[in-house]
Design a protein around this ligand. Structure first.
Ligand code: BGC
Ligand code: NOJ
Length: 831
């Protein structure tokens, strides 16, 4: 059966073009990349916030509504008796044409009806705390048109959690001000808030509304606001209840004529002593300045050009030309774009994450960073320091922190024993990209307590120590609350449905629960740490102070040796106690029983430990990696990717926790949890099996899925989602939890460094591809530390791995590392 298609890629414009508004699920995009963000669906649903989707929510959004995507920035156009929206929703008046183009931090939605076209470009200009909505109205007909245009935004009373909870207060607190065409939202500004929002348009308005019920009517829906249906704004002034902002504009257009209206939804913060310009009157100076910056088409077009230039620059750092469009568009455009979004959002705000639950994750953010560090390393640097500042002196850390306060999140606490290792992972990636060892000397506090600062290097050291100091009976890492798999809760034992698996009191005392996933992670990051120490020894010897982060050459060599020993011991422990015969065990439970063993009835094999232990190369020489990878292929793989475990758990196991709470084939219970597929793929490249790596990779590569399964897959076809229903599910192949997933960074890391094989290293770019035998030649352009390398990889014999020779500017080099040099360089790699 050929599936229905809802859109297609437009690579030249770096856009995904949606041609049918009734996508199988809202297909969204993100505007903004620094402080001010918006989520926007293909029908203009979604909301905006400043920095933190929980504490600084500007506009209201109703989750899980009926219909699903309800509320957003809506434009109503009344043309005679017909009322329609350019994005089709909420009126759902059938349009004569519809198109939504999601691009790099912008979305353009165009609809037409009865000879009028309305095209709205939505974006957040660089370094700006506002969303621009540039609407172009065109009269395509042969007669004059008199249109009534209504805008609509609904204010959230700032704290998105209490906004949905505390109505006995909220219905009395809402306050607005109106000045010309600008509608200000100033709820709680009279007291502790120093911020307000506004919604404006660059033309005189003929009316407005700021009170929701006056505009919509108590018994009406977004699709039928009374004011719009009657073509008469109420000029309402909100006192409490639900403040909104709606402009009313009369537009007349001659045949062929077009007109731009520029709307701006902005956010302002004032200093405490400059909050008011008169009693009760908010100081609008900054709002005026902001409005002034975007009040003409020319200014807005220039800001849009700047945004596009910004993306040109970001996406020019790494480009590939492989002759395979599906690969190129993911590598050159969408994978890198998704990495930026996950870096900005972590797991907080999407159409699957409410923005009020989770803040930034310790492990998540460290992994997201790896997808992004080549683009804006300075932001990655700051992120590392923010993350490390939530660590405790024993190396443990808060599992999450809030982006606004940067404080560790007490509600969830710590005790996830994989967390510390990820700090090494993120920091090493940063240094390899930039060569900036100075980050290790930065003074970073514990739990954000002033006065507790030690060097970042010390934080890395205690991170490693945290694993070593928490080993179990088999000398394998104790799992704690959970490792990367948040749902493998081996010390939880919960029978109370009102308890959270994540936060409930754990039965830590006497636990023998050990994790083979952390074991592999420790070996990978431990080797990285050893290599870092050796490099630091060199750097310290060459530095004029003779030290780095306060330590000398000798100190680093001693530290390297200490950790090498711990890594070797872990390696042995895995081989001795973690090998199940055909694959690596997943864990030992509280009582010391095996999990992920052939001896088990269900959950015989898990993906995470196969991935990490093969990435670590544990037992590579003895052929254990190849065996583990074969087992993964045989037992975990299906048409849509590799499932997390097999067989799925069919009943609840109290000794395993949340994993067995999911029905078979979903989420952590045998779903295709995309995040961990790249671990096996990288494992395949370590073992030199390029065909297998490629096969696994393309199964979850969005562009490959897009071609076959837009309806089944359901969620956005241009980005990875967290989970695709696995082979045991009712609907294998159905995707969920799109956008915010570590999959983005891991797909990037995998393809750029392990498949295409361009790996940043301390001394230069290490070239080591691992390819399918069908890949005979490709080109990569990589900007790296001031140099620009045009790399042509030639593989006439279709080898999977092994570089024969590399020439740089015509000269053969020793080994595979292209040394750093400024300027442009031609590199030829022969496999
Ligand atoms: C989900 C996990 C998630 C965890 C923490 C669980 O319900 O299945 O994927 O990491 O909650 O929020
Ligand atoms: C999502 C979480 O954000 C991530 O930290 C976790 O590792 C995965 N779920 C797997 O459970």
């Amino acid at each position: 059966m050929v599936e229905k298609k809802y859109g297609h890629f437009d690579d030249a414009n770096r856009e995904y073009v949606i041609t049918d508004p009734k996508t199988p699920w809202p297909w969204i995009n993100y505007l903004g990349n620094e402080d001010f963000f918006s989520l926007i669906s293909n029908t203009a649903g979604g909301y905006s916030f400043y920095k933190d989707a929980k504490f600084r929510r500007l506009t209201r959004y109703r989750y899980n509504g009926v219909p699903m995507d309800n509320g957003g920035r809506y434009f109503y156009i009344k043309d005679g008796d017909t009322v329609w929206n350019p994005g089709w929703k909420p009126c759902k008046t059938p349009l004569d044409s519809y198109e939504c183009r999601h691009g790099m931090n912008y979305t353009r939605i165009t609809g037409s009806k009865n000879g009028v076209e309305a095209s709205v470009l939505f974006f957040v200009p660089l370094h700006t705390w506002a969303e621009v909505q540039k609407m172009t109205l065109k009269n395509l007909s042969h007669e004059a048109k008199a249109l009534k245009v209504f805008s609509f935004a609904e204010w959230c009373l700032w704290n998105a959690a209490t906004d949905m909870e505390n109505f006995q207060r909220n219905f009395s607190t809402g306050e607005v001000e109106i000045e010309g065409s600008t509608l200000y939202h100033k709820t709680e500004y009279r007291e502790r808030r120093n911020h307000y929002a506004f919604y404006t348009v660059n033309t005189e308005i003929q009316g407005y509304d700021t009170d929701r019920e006056s505009f919509i009517g108590l018994y009406n829906e977004f699709a039928e606001p009374e004011a719009v249906l009657e073509g008469k704004p109420r000029n309402s002034f909100a006192h409490g209840w639900s403040p909104i902002a709606s402009h009313y504009i009369e537009v007349t257009l001659k045949p062929g004529e077009s007109r731009d209206l520029i709307f701006l939804l902005g956010y302002v913060e004032n200093e405490q002593d400059k909050k008011f310009s008169a009693k009760k009157v908010i100081n609008k100076e900054k709002a005026h300045q902001l409005i002034n910056k975007f009040d003409t088409t020319e200014k807005v077009d220039a800001a849009f050009a700047e945004l596009n230039q910004y993306w040109d620059n970001l996406l020019n750092i790494f480009t590939v030309k492989s002759g395979n469009d599906k690969l190129d568009r993911m590598v050159n455009i969408w994978n890198q774009y998704q990495c930026m979004i996950t870096f900005c959002m972590s797991r907080s705000a999407s159409f699957f994450e409410s923005g009020i639950g989770r803040g930034m994750g310790f492990r998540d953010s460290n992994q997201d960073l790896v997808g992004f560090v080549h683009q804006i390393p300075t932001r990655a640097r700051q992120r590392i320091i923010d993350i490390a500042s939530t660590q405790f002196p024993d190396g443990g850390c808060y599992h999450q922190y809030q982006p606004l306060t940067k404080r560790g999140n007490n509600d969830i606490g710590g005790g996830f024993n994989d967390d510390p290792c990820w700090l090494i992972f993120g920091t090493v990636a940063y240094i390899k990209e930039t060569g900036d060892f100075s980050i290790l000397s930065e003074q970073v506090p514990f739990d954000n307590q002033p006065g507790s600062e030690v060097s970042l290097f010390e934080h890395l050291k205690i991170s490693m120590n945290h694993v070593i100091n928490n080993l179990g009976p088999h000398k394998l890492p104790l799992i704690g609350r959970a490792d990367w798999n948040d749902c493998l809760n081996l010390n939880c034992f919960s029978w109370d449905p009102n308890e959270s698996f994540q936060t409930t009191e754990n039965k830590g005392e006497g636990s023998k629960a050990e994790s083979l996933m952390i074991a592999g992670l420790f070996v990978v990051t431990g080797k990285d740490y050893v290599a870092l120490c050796k490099q630091l020894a060199k750097e310290a010897a060459n530095s004029h102070e003779g030290t780095i982060a306060g330590l000398a050459e000798e100190d680093y060599l001693v530290e390297a040796e200490r950790m090498q020993q711990a890594v070797d011991e872990m390696n042995e422990a895995v081989k001795q106690h973690g090998w199940d015969g055909e694959w690596v065990l997943r864990a030992y439970d509280f009582f010391g029983n095996k999990i992920g063993s052939n001896e088990n009835e269900e959950g015989k094999i898990f993906i995470e430990s196969q991935g990490w232990c093969t990435m670590a190369g544990i037992g590579l020489e003895e052929g254990l990696c190849a065996k583990a990878l074969d087992s993964a292929k045989e037992r975990l793989e299906c048409e849509h990717g590799m499932v997390l475990n097999n067989p799925a758990y069919t009943t609840y196991h109290v000794e395993m926790g949340e994993i067995s709470s999911y029905p078979e084939g979903y989420k952590e219970n045998a779903g295709i949890f995309c995040h961990n597929n790249p671990w096996v793929i990288i494992g395949e490249t370590v073992a030199g099996r390029g065909n297998d790596a490629w096969n696994h990779y393309t199964k979850i590569l969005p562009s490959y899925v897009e071609e076959k399964y837009q309806t089944l897959h359901k969620v956005e076809p241009y980005v990875n989602c967290q989970m695709v229903a696995g082979k045991d599910a009712a609907k294998p192949g159905e995707g969920k939890n799109s956008w915010l997933t570590g999959t983005a960074a891991w797909m990037w890391y995998t393809v750029s460094e392990f498949i295409l094989g361009i790996k940043p290293d301390y001394e230069g770019l290490n070239i080591d591809p691992c390819l399918p035998s069908t890949a005979h030649e490709y080109e990569v352009t990589r900007k790296f530390r001031g140099g620009e390398y045009h790399i042509i990889v030639k593989n006439p014999e279709g080898r999977e791995k092994g570089v024969k020779q590399i020439t740089v500017d015509g000269k053969t080099i020793d080994g595979t590392i292209i040394p750093c040099q400024k300027g442009k360089h031609e590199v030829i790699v022969e496999m």
